[in-house]
Every structure is written in structure tokens, then in C-alpha cells.
Design a protein around this ligand. Structure first.
Ligand code: NAG
Ligand code: NAG
Length: 387
């Protein structure tokens, strides 16, 4: 082959390898293997933190991984003063830098609550959205806050109060990740979904079309009765995780707080980039049995992945499922990640499109022997059985 031809062939090969693609995966190839696991945080083991809870996991535009969690200062409860703790890995989860505390709410009686991490790949930033004074315990009003990193998670901005733009409302983002739309409609939009107070509950999404400068209120799927004390079995959508499908729709997997209709997950879909969540599109996923908890979800190369403690009563049995039919059906070969106590979870993957990055997903979850709040654990999953 003459030099020009070789160059053309090489550049074609490189473009195939490095193009980020929606490559079809043969369903039979998926055979997830727990490849390695390590504890990132152990509750009670370090200085001023009583309990680490609500772990989030994200990729960064430069291919690092960020693990983000609440450091609850004096109790394990949701109310109380906290830090936001971060650890960072630049080698695909093999090693992790020591913890840095990026937000400290001082001694607030009703401090911060995580939260959602959202990556803007167009400008290369990482944003963490969280609530303060969400429970209105000895404080008022609740505020929605954000911090931002433009250097791959090394340093973080001062907290900014998004309630100035959004209006005052108790909003608890996530827990999990927000998305940046990769497909039309509204390509490039940041979509962060979360829930309201226990009475004024429901799924609510906030949106930004300018990389997080300005935020506005998008879709709402309200609980029934709204703003009234709930009874058992009322319709009460709560903590949620959105993923974007390759057709540009957003599917949100939601905690069914009062076990309305089933002890399982409820699913709702937005066709307009997070502006609305039509109730006609809502369904209950009977396969995804759930003890009422925050779960993890991810769309990668056209496959949906889902993690939760797969048990109707107890937070045990952290299980990974996958679907090659956009969540309509789930593969029968579910993989158990941890049989014992397990709580909240979050999934991410690196998005370079390289052959290496297509092989793995990463899961962070609350894990224990007697109680799921004992540790926060990181699991690297090989999707093709180590092959
Ligand atoms: C955030 O902004 C809202 C609306 O202006 C305000 O009511 C609230 O007190 C602010 N919160 C904080 C922590 O400054
Ligand atoms: C754990 O999850 C698997 C997969 O769904 C299920 O078959 C099994 O019964 C579950 N075990 C417990 C103890 O919940």
C-alpha cells in the first residue's frame, strides 16, 4: 500500500476506534462480572463524620471518575449538619485520591442533602446540585444550591443559590446524576430531576439551556393528594434517576414511596426534553421489585442498566439488571452484587467510546454486614464476563 493509502486506512481505523457510537450490542454477549470492588468510605472511622450516605458516581469529560457522598457529622439521620465528600480516580477506579470536603454547612440543624451530579460535556464542567434546609427543621426556607468544577473535579466553586432563579420550593435533587441531552430534542440541555417534600411530593425536573448559568422549572409529576398528608398506598413518586434513550426521550425510574399499585418501581417518560411527564406514559415495572429506596440506572450503547436492593421488604440483595429493549423487558440473568444489607446506588460509565471504556460500568452503593449504612463501596463491572 502506498503511503497516502496507508494514512487513509489508519485514519479510518482511528475514527472507528475513537468515534463515540451507538453500537448495537449483541444481547447474548452481556455477561456482567464483578471485576473489582473497594470500600471508599467507612462510617464512623474518620474524625468528624458519623455516617457516609447518599453516594453519587460520575464520569468527567477528561475520563476521570468522581465519587461524591454526604458526610453526616453527628448522626446517621437525614437531618443535621453535613459535608459533601469527594474522591477522585484518574485510572478507571483502580486507585482513589484521599477524601476532600468540598462543601461544609457548618452546624446547621437541617444542613445539606445530596443531590445530583451532572456533567456538561460541551464546556467540560461538572455540577453538583443539592438542597439545604429541605426538612424545614429549625430553619426556613429550603434552598436549591449548586457548586461547579471546571478543572476535572480538582477544585470547586463557592455554593450558588439556584432558588433565586427557580423560586423558593423544597426540592431534593436525585439522588443520582442529572443528564445533558445528547440527542434532539433540546440537545445540550441539562436536566436534573428530584422530588419535593413528603406532602408536596412528586418528581420535578429543573432545566438549563446555557450550561448551568440559568435554571428554570420543567416537568412535574405530582403526588395525589398533592399538599395533603398521605395515607398508605397513596400515589407518591419520590427519589428518581433519569436516563436518556438513543431516541432522545428521557426515561425516569422512580421510587414508589407509598407502594402505590405494587412494591415495585414506577417509570415515566418525557418526549420533550424534560418539559413534561405525561401521565399516559407512566407504568409500573413489576420485574423491578423494590423496598422503597433510591436506585441506579444508566443507558450505555443502547442497553439500560439498573441497580437496587431487589427485595420487596428489606434493603438487601443489591442486584444489577440489564435491558436491551429500553426497559420493556429485563434479561433473566440478573447479577447479584451483594447479598447483604445494601441501600442507595448510582451507576456511571466512561464515555470516550474506546474499546476499553465500552467494556465497563461502575456502581457505587451503600453496603454493610449488619446495616447498609456501614460503608460506601465502589464496584467495577466487566460487561462481557471478563472476555
Ligand atoms: C436562596 O434564595 C431564596 C430566594 O431569593 C432565598 O429566599 C433564600 O433565603 C436563599 N437561601 C440562601 C441559603 O441564601
Ligand atoms: C435477590 O434478587 C434476585 C434477582 O432478582 C432474586 O431472584 C432473589 O430472590 C433475591 N433474593 C432475596 C433474598 O431477595
Amino acid at each position: 500500500m502506498e503511503a497516502g493509502g496507508r494514512l487513509a486506512a489508519l485514519s479510518f481505523l482511528l475514527s472507528v476506534v475513537f468515534r463515540s457510537c451507538v453500537c448495537k450490542i449483541d444481547p447474548a454477549q452481556i455477561d456482567p462480572l464483578l471485576y473489582e470492588e473497594q470500600l471508599l468510605w467507612v462510617s464512623g472511622a474518620q474524625g468528624e463524620v458519623n455516617t457516609y450516605r447518599i453516594p453519587l458516581l460520575s464520569f468527567t469529560p477528561k475520563g476521570s471518575l468522581l465519587a461524591i457522598t454526604e458526610g453526616r457529622k453527628s448522626t446517621a439521620g437525614d437531618v443535621g449538619a453535613k459535608f459533601i465528600a469527594v474522591r477522585r480516580s484518574t485510572d478507571k477506579g483502580a486507585t482513589w485520591a484521599p477524601t476532600t470536603f468540598i462543601v461544609d454547612d457548618g452546624l446547621q440543624p437541617d444542613g445539606l442533602n445530596l443531590g445530583a451530579v451532572v456533567v456538561d460535556e460541551e464546556v467540560g464542567s461538572v455540577i453538583v446540585v443539592y438542597a439545604i434546609c429541605f426538612h424545614l427543621y429549625q430553619c426556613r426556607p429550603a434552598s436549591t444550591m449548586m457548586v461547579e468544577s471546571v478543572d476535572d473535579g480538582l477544585s470547586w466553586s463557592k455554593p450558588r443559590n439556584l432558588s433565586v432563579q427557580l423560586g423558593v420550593k423544597a426540592f431534593a435533587p436525585g439522588p443520582g446524576f442529572g443528564i445533558q441531552k445528547r440527542y434532539e430534542p433540546a440537545k445540550g440541555r441539562l436536566v436534573v430531576c428530584g422530588h419535593g417534600t413528603l406532602e408536596g411530593d412528586g418528581v420535578f425536573c429543573i432545566l438549563s439551556d446555557d450550561h448551568g448559568q440559568n435554571w428554570y422549572n420543567g416537568a412535574a409529576l405530582k403526588s395525589i393528594p398533592y399538599n395533603q398528608k398521605k395515607k398508605a398506598k397513596d400515589f407518591n413518586p419520590d427519589e428518581c434517576q433519569p436516563v436518556e434513550l438513543t431516541d432522545g426521550s428521557i426515561v425516569i425510574n422512580v421510587r414508589n414511596q407509598n407502594n402505590y399499585h405494587c412494591q415495585c418501581r414506577l417509570v415515566v417518560r418525557s418526549l420533550d426534553g424534560g418539559l413534561s411527564l405525561p401521565v399516559e406514559g407512566l407504568y409500573f415495572d413489576y420485574t423491578l421489585v423494590d423496598p422503597v429506596v433510591a436506585a441506579g440506572a444508566l443507558q450505555k450503547d443502547g442497553v439500560i442498566y439498573f441497580t437496587n436492593p431487589a427485595n420487596e421488604q428489606h434493603r438487601i440483595n443489591l442486584t444489577l439488571r440489564w435491558s436491551v429493549t429500553d426497559g420493556k423487558t429485563w434479561d433473566k440473568k440478573a447479577v447479584q452484587i451483594w447479598a447483604g444489607p445494601s441501600g442507595y446506588s448510582c451507576i456511571t460509565s466512561l464515555s470516550s467510546g474506546s474499546a476499553e471504556d465500552r467494556k465497563y460500568i461502575y456502581v457505587i452503593y451503600e453496603k454493610g454486614h449488619k446495616d447498609y449504612r456501614e460503608t460506601v463501596s465502589f464496584a467495577k463491572i466487566h460487561l462481557f464476563g471478563g472476555r
